[in-house]
Write a protein that binds this ligand. Structure first.
Ligand code: G
Ligand code: G
Ligand code: MN
Ligand code: NA
Length: 254
């Protein structure tokens, strides 16, 4: 595991990169967007997954800097894709705590203003429940303000947090992301299948969209479609890839 100081140097030396994993509609075949996933292109150790270095900066001001770098870089990428004729929504992961940094809304507005060609509704934020002690009304207020700018929201890892149902009830999001832990064994485990049915029903009751992550095979996709979940992300569709590879991937997928 990496230290705070090393992550700071990675940021300064431009060694952080974003990979993008496509999200598709399994019924229509349409590519609806891509999730930005951070990696560290480490000069000695190769490509490092976020689990190896994000924990080192959690609850540290550096997490704010990295979070802003991610949004800025995703907006840059959107601008490049758009110039190539590719219209997508990019999703960025944000901790509920990151949303509560004192000037988050203002900083987001500045970053959007710095990318005038990018429509705000092409940016989606996936909110991660990071602790049991979140100030939900504060988070909710921030989401409202961002929604006024046109940015959309998803609840990430739905079902795994301390208070998923409270989040569902209180946060004005448009999309639920079913955590991959419920999807992985859905073909064999009746409990997981029951949870999927429940979450898809909840999404419908709240008039939210729902996406399954960790969709690894066609068989998973077929059952999810039968259950009423049309949107999918997972290795069965595509692995996360560099942004430069995505236009080519989209061409061959369609
Ligand atoms: O890409 P990978 O499957 O290794 O991601 C592991 C975890 O890291 C996921 O839960 C994802 O939400 C998180 N993650 C990936 N990129 C970012 C990021 O830019 N910011 C934050 N806060 N979390 C991220
Ligand atoms: O932000 P979130 O927790 O949703 O992060 C998704 C993580 O799951 C990323 O690290 C991504 O690399 C990983 N992932 C995406 N699709 C699959 C999949 O089909 N199977 C598995 N095991 N992991 C996946
Ligand atoms: Mn996510
Ligand atoms: Na997730």
């Amino acid at each position: 595991h990496e230290s705070q100081e090393h992550v700071r140097q990675a940021l300064q030396h431009d060694e952080l990169v974003l990979y993008y994993q496509p999200k598709v509609n399994m019924r229509t075949g349409q590519v609806i967007g891509a999730e930005a996933l951070i990696r560290w292109q480490h000069p000695q150790q190769g490509l490092l997954a976020p689990g190896l270095f994000l924990p080192a900066i959690e609850d540290h001001p550096l997490a704010v800097e990295v979070g802003e770098w991610v949004i800025h870089t995703a907006l840059d990428q959107l601008q490049v894709w758009q110039a190539q004729g590719l219209e997508l929504v990019v999703s960025v992961n944000v901790g509920a705590r990151q949303l509560q940094q004192h000037n988050f809304v203002q900083r987001l507005a500045q970053m959007l203003a710095a990318h005038p060609a990018v429509k705000p509704n092409c940016l989606e934020l996936e909110v991660l429940e990071t602790s049991a002690l979140e100030d939900i009304s504060g988070v909710s207020h921030v989401i409202e303000q961002c929604r006024h700018m046109g940015v959309t929201f998803a609840l990430d890892d739905f079902g795994t947090g301390y208070s998923s149902l409270t989040y569902l009830k209180r946060l004005p999001v448009a999309l639920l992301k079913i955590d991959q832990s419920f999807v992985r064994d859905m073909l064999h485990n009746p409990d997981d299948l029951a949870i999927l049915q429940g979450v898809i029903g909840l999404a419908r009751a709240f008039k939210h969209e729902v996406i399954a992550e960790g969709v690894e095979t066609v068989a998973h996709g077929v059952v999810l479609l039968q259950l009423g979940c049309e949107l999918a992300q997972g290795y069965g569709v595509a692995r996360p890839m560099p942004g430069a590879d995505l236009p080519h991937w989209v061409q061959h997928w369609q």
